[in-house]
Design a protein around this ligand. Structure first.
Ligand code: SF4
Length: 259
């Protein structure tokens, strides 16, 4: 005799929630910072999101119920964003959450660096389905230079470049973001190569943003008892930010700003 049991809802681990996010996709957004990240970017201002299997548990429906309270503020452009940490560590949870969002007409965005991407068929099966429910990916490309990427993040970048190519294959709209850090990512030769790579992604790229490095998360390192790796590194000057915008041809994508 076979017995059927009700399927347990998948549980997501959430670090924190932001009700009125204005920098994580179009319009005003309800941002879920999901817990867990395997990268160790030297400039990370959220080291408290690194620990895996920590955070507050939510079912997809519970998270949606929280998000939808803010719907009156979203207008036509706003909606929900999953950020982190690295949100795609919990892609199965996001998939179920976004299914509920789309069934309710809510726009969906993921802010990721693609650091967990793989062409493994099981991985792709979930990822392919997730993209069907995802309006926009904010893709953080941290360093095009493989050696500098590794010393900056403790991870190679070949699978991240492949993730961007996969998004092109899937015709997935993206915004590319690049954190500009003096002595780490602010080299003309790397910026030029990154600009060419972004161009090669074609018209899936709707916007390119330079995010100037800042030190606002330094206090978290002190709280966690971790040595801050960029001690003494300043924010980039306005001129270097302009230079990076020129080399990444940011203006070329401005026409798509308000997708
Ligand atoms: S990928 Fe994001 S959360 Fe992870 S270490 Fe880098 S900046 Fe921090």
């Amino acid at each position: 005799m076979t017995t059927t049991t009700a399927t347990e809802p998948i549980i997501g681990r959430v670090h924190s929630l932001e009700s009125f996010g204005s920098v994580d996709g179009p319009g005003i957004r309800f941002v879920s910072f999901l817990q867990g990240c395997r990268m160790r970017c030297e400039f990370c201002h959220n080291p408290d999101t690194w620990k895996i299997n920590s955070g507050t548990p939510y079912t997809p429906q519970q998270l949606f119920n929280e998000a939808v309270k803010y719907r009156p503020y979203w207008g036509k452009k706003g909606g929900v964003t999953c950020s982190g940490g690295e949100p795609l560590l919990q892609k199965e949870f996001i998939l179920e959450y976004f299914k509920i969002c789309k069934a309710n007409g809510v726009t969906t965005t993921i802010d990721t660096c693609g650091g967990v991407f793989s062409r493994d068929p099981e991985y792709l099966e979930v990822m392919d389905e997730l993209l069907e429910y995802t309006d926009l990916i904010l893709l953080d490309l941290k360093q095009i230079n493989p050696e500098r990427h590794k010393s900056l993040t403790m991870m190679p970048n070949d699978h991240i470049i492949d993730f961007a190519n996969y998004l092109k294959e899937k015709n997935q709209p993206i915004w590319v973001r690049h954190v500009l850090v003096p002595s780490r990512t602010d080299f003309d030769e790397d910026l030029e190569k990154l600009g060419l790579f972004i161009e090669s992604l074609g018209d899936i790229v709707k916007k390119v943003e330079i995010l100037p490095y800042h030190t606002m998360g330094v206090y978290k390192y002190k709280e966690l008892g971790i040595k801050y790796p960029l001690e003494g590194v300043p924010s980039p000057t306005a001129d270097r930010v302009k230079n990076a915008e020129r080399l990444l041809k940011v203006d070329q994508y401005q026409g798509y700003r308000d997708m």
